[in-house]
Design a protein around this ligand. Structure first.
Ligand SMILES: Nc1ncnc2c1ncn2[C@@H]1O[C@H](COP(=O)(O)OP(=O)(O)O)[C@@H](O)[C@H]1O
Ligand SMILES: CC(C)(COP(=O)(O)O)[C@@H](O)C(=O)NCCC(=O)O
Ligand SMILES: [K+]
Length: 284
């Protein structure tokens, strides 16, 4: 068994594998350095899982309930700190894990995608590989994380390129942080009205409608260049974004948003983990 750890700019993404099979994936906040130190000394997977599964603050009970129990039962026999395969786009966080005795840090040059430029985020390369493995190349990955990224590869698994912009959460945080009067605003579950008559909804409308329009434009351009190309969305905001794109437009004479695009858009949380598994496999 092994654990995959992808360090993103907002949080840690974990997956538990047995061999080639992804059993379970979950997210946690960053861990303090002293907790990571303690994990390095943990003798069993059970000890480790106790630390890295998020607990419900109120009850102290694990949020993942049954899954956590079955994982622990499954792994209580595994001794020594379990192997962690790590990929990161946050160097200061990577440094904290370097002392872990059984860690392997994946680097960009190990990811079997052609034409990679040296500063490409390894999360983008891994997601591309994972998506291409599953749906085939050409493939366009839209990662709605801290940053929102578009990353495409052609039929030869060669990087076409992509784009980077602030993600939904970051756009909202930047507006609140860099202006004198704009409040901190949450993301609504439903698509807001386009024409807002209060500040909160005006911010939500501006950020969401322009982001959704931008995504639509990138997908249409992708299909012009790669008519057989697949498109997949991942990242922490994927579900919200797809829901916005599915909703009818909340505007006068609002028609359904982008049915033809949403119907052919794949949504998947675990692309990066699939890419990590494939990268390891490539080295065997
Ligand atoms: N519990 C959570 N913690 C942080 N972000 C979350 C959470 N749940 C949903 N999100 C959303 O996920 C986005 C971050 O995406 P994610 O893919 O987790 O980031 P990264 O890979 O950059 O760490 C944020 O913009 C936020 O809106
Ligand atoms: C663009 C990113 C910040 C996205 O990170 P994330 O939002 O997933 O945490 C990351 O992939 C990165 O640091 N990339 C390096 C620059 C590049 O890909 O060109
Ligand atoms: K990401």
């Amino acid at each position: 068994m092994w654990l995959a750890l992808m360090i993103g700019n907002s949080r840690l993404h974990w997956a538990y594998f047995t061999g080639d099979t992804l059993i379970y994936a979950w997210d946690t906040d960053y861990l303090p350095a002293d907790v990571i130190q303690r994990l390095s000394q943990s003798q069993t997977l059970k000890d480790l899982l106790l630390e890295i599964f998020p607990n419900d603050e109120a009850t102290g009970k694990a949020r993942h309930g049954n899954i956590e129990d079955s994982l622990k039962t499954l792994c209580s026999s595994v001794s020594s700190p379990p192997p962690i395969i790590l990929a990161s786009v946050v160097p200061s966080q990577t440094a904290l894990w370097q002392s872990y005795p059984n860690v392997r840090i994946l680097t960009l040059d190990q990811v079997p995608i052609k034409g990679i430029y040296p500063t490409l985020g390894i999360d983008r390369a891994l997601a591309l590989l994972g998506a291409g493995q599953n749906w085939g190349f050409p493939i366009l990955v839209i990662d709605a994380g801290t940053a929102l990224t578009f990353t495409g590869a052609d039929a030869n698994q060669h990087l076409v390129g992509g784009a980077i912009l602030p993600g939904l959460g970051l756009q909202l945080a930047t507006l609140a942080g860099k202006t004198g009067q704009l409040p901190t605003v949450e993301l609504p579950q439903q698509l807001p009205h386009r024409y807002a008559l209060n500040t909160k909804e005006a911010i939500q409308s501006g950020v969401i409608y322009t982001l959704v329009a931008g995504i639509k434009d990138f997908i249409e351009a992708w299909w012009r260049d790669f008519p057989q190309g697949n498109v997949v969305m991942t990242g922490g905001d994927r579900t919200l974004l797809v829901n916005y794109m599915r909703s009818p437009m909340k505007a006068p004479k609002g028609a359904s948003q982008f049915p033809e695009i949403v119907d052919s858009l794949n949504v998947e949380a675990n692309l990066i983990f699939w890419g990590m598994q494939k990268t390891l496999k490539n080295y065997e």
